[in-house]
Design a protein around this ligand. Structure first.
Ligand SMILES: [Zn+2]
Length: 341
């Protein structure tokens, strides 16, 4: 798999829809744009082909710099243009492009995508990195938030420039921002549903603010307003189970509310019902960050109801059945205290 490297954006970049990007980039591409100061800001996007906000924001932002120098050099990684063509997160024969950045699992073979990720890392880190931002959308409704995989001042301050909600997680492994956090400040930003106009504007202003910074701020003005959550469990449905949302629930193994995602980032009390189980032989898989099954300590089944054993804050709950199977149903989080230090 070839990594295309270019030192200027093709003009056509500004005139295509996200699903037409493959006409501009014939595969995963690095674009190195020179600006007034170095090292470059590194911005990755479209690791998930159906998450369009990053590209829309870059088109809008960079149009302003067609004949003007950027305040800081900017390196872009444009990820899965093939999946974008089909409006898919990933193609059936591909690994998830945001799970390939720490090499293969010990039990798995090295894929060409792991080699690609390695090449991106060596190429980008050679010139140094000011900060890394990976732009994503969520498949369900979530407030805009930033994710950090290493808890330190720089990552939290960078994320705090984007949103007041921050999520700390260490699993799943192979996430781009986690790998780049070894080199410098790195965050993943989640800018709401794909293509949402407010999301595009918000990302434009965040990236342009980062391009203008001379350093990552030592402190954040709004630290008392920041909410830091720790993602403690990931929920999945058994492989071949049938999942429905509301009206389609007659014959499914699991059923959830059609607006399940409205619960994201809200505090749910003990005993709250999060869904129903039509098939008593199946269980949701609830795994902690080390991959241990911890369902017993988070949920219980009462007749058909799936209820919470303790208070949690859900995130990333989605009502997209395909995403439920490809990725997960969502996460449970707990709140972390943040101090000035
Ligand atoms: Zn994504």
């Amino acid at each position: 798999m070839i990594l295309h490297i270019m030192d200027q954006l093709p003009n056509a970049f500004f005139n295509v829809e996200v699903h037409e990007l493959e006409e501009v980039f014939s595969g995963p591409s690095l674009v190195r744009l020179k600006g007034k100061v170095n090292p470059p800001l590194f911005v990755a996007t479209l690791l998930h082909g159906n998450e369009t906000t990053g590209i829309l924001a870059l088109q809008k932002l960079l149009k302003q710099y067609v004949d003007k120098e950027l305040p800081r050099s900017l390196t872009l990684f444009i990820g899965n243009v093939e999946a974008a063509k089909f409006h898919q997160r990933k193609m059936p024969d591909q690994p998830d492009y945001n799970r390939i950045w720490s090499g293969p699992d010990s039990s798995h073979e090295t894929l060409q995508e792991h080699v690609l990720a390695e090449k991106v890392m060596t190429t980008v880190s050679r010139e140094g990195i000011f900060a890394t931002i990976d732009i994503h959308n969520t498949s369900g409704w979530n407030p805009h938030h930033a994710c950090v995989n290493v808890l330190n001042k720089e990552n939290i301050n960078l994320g705090g420039l984007f949103a007041q909600n921050l999520v700390y997680f260490t699993r799943p492994r192979g996430v781009l921002a986690k790998a780049f956090a070894e080199i410098g400040p790195a965050v993943t930003i989640e800018a709401g549903l794909p293509g949402d106009l407010f999301g595009v504007e918000h990302v434009v202003s965040f990236i342009s603010r980062c391009l203008d910074l001379s350093s990552i701020p030592e402190s954040v003005d709004n630290i008392s307003e920041l909410n830091l959550y720790h993602s403690v469990a990931r929920l999945k449905v058994p492989g071949n189970s049938r999942v429905g949302f509301d009206r389609e629930c007659n014959s499914t193994d699991f059923c959830f509310m059609s607006d399940l995602d409205a619960l994201n980032f809200s505090e749910l009390p003990e005993n709250a019902v999060i869904g129903w189980r039509g098939n008593p032989n199946l269980k949701l898989s609830v795994k902690d960050e080390s991959g241990r099954e911890v369902g017993e300590s988070f949920i219980y089944y009462e007749k058909e109801e799936i209820r919470l054993k303790r208070p949690v804050v859900p995130s990333m709950f989605t009502t997209d059945v395909q995403i439920v199977h490809q990725d997960c149903l969502g996460y449970f989080m707990e709140r972390y205290a943040l101090t000035g230090n």
